[in-house]
Design a protein around this ligand. Structure first.
Ligand code: MN
Length: 274
């Protein structure tokens, strides 16, 4: 028997009313029908997403907080992200599918990350982006909280060369938020600040990295943190000479062809095989 989620069964009695109430409770808070699924994602893609969660923890980018997503390989209007949990504990079964409004296709009773809108809203405006990391990695925060720009210290961080914008949540939502990107409009504002850049910082909070694949975005998230440590050290000694815009662009192009090398190492290490 079909039971319409909007109007309940054809002959509503008390049982029908209860069934409708239960069905409505399972819907997203804004009362819309859940989005349809794009179908099963590529198995290797899901494996990489699980590995990325483990690697980002092992490399000190995420801790109990932070997340990594990837666009669905069958539909650019869907993305994959773990349920709300510590990244180091993510398994294949924890991966959920979302539409770009960040509504889960089928939450299976699981909680979603409050800040999933970082992912959905950036995917909407950046068709070039296939994977996104949000983290609170600690060496980066000083550059989000001061006027000192994060700039590329060495060739590995060439992807920072076009500049690293800083998102100020007060400009969008006033002086009294909990700092979280907890709705679509905040996600949209963050994406607008990020523009076409690879990385954006979030004042008082963390950062976002975006790239053309899971492996590339993990590379960028790891080396954003490494670069921030290097830059803080260098600034204790004097005034660093940073890569020029041209050097950074050339280095980034080279490095984009080399991301599989650290990925294999990090993956084996994070999965306990190295
Ligand atoms: Mn956060």
């Amino acid at each position: 028997m079909s039971n319409c989620l909007c109007c309940g069964p054809a002959s509503p009695g008390r049982r029908g009313f209860l069934a409708s109430a239960i069905a409505l409770a399972a819907l997203p808070a804004w009362g819309q029908t859940p989005p349809t699924s794009a179908g099963p994602a590529d198995s290797g893609l899901v494996e990489d997403l699980v590995a990325a969660n483990r690697i980002l923890y092992d490399q000190g980018v995420v801790d109990g907080f932070g997340h990594v997503s990837v666009r669905h390989d069958k539909d650019p209007n869907r993305y994959l992200l773990a349920r709300s949990m510590a990244p180091a504990l993510v398994t294949r079964d924890d991966i959920l599918e979302y539409d770009l409004d960040s509504a889960p296709v089928d939450a299976r009773g699981r909680t979603s990350y409050l800040e999933r809108f970082i992912h959905g809203e950036l995917y909407k405006v950046r068709p070039d982006v296939i994977a996104i990391v949000h983290s609170h990695s600690p060496a980066v925060i000083p550059f989000a909280d001061t006027a000192v720009p994060l700039r590329p210290m060495n060739h590995i961080a060439g992807f920072l060369g076009a500049g690293v914008p800083v998102f100020e949540i007060r400009d969008t939502a006033g002086p009294a938020t909990d700092m979280l990107i907890r709705n679509p409009s905040l996600g949209h504002a963050l994406a607008a600040t990020m523009g076409t850049h690879s990385v954006a910082l979030m004042r008082g909070h963390g950062s976002v990295a975006a790239a053309q694949s899971i492996r590339h975005v993990v590379f960028r998230a790891v080396y954003t943190e490494v670069n921030a440590r290097m830059q803080s050290e260098a600034m204790k000694l004097g005034t660093p000479t940073f890569l020029s815009t041209e050097e950074a662009a050339a280095a980034a192009k080279t490095n984009d062809g080399l991301v599989d090398r650290p990925w294999e190492l990090w993956k084996q290490r994070a999965l306990g095989k190295a």
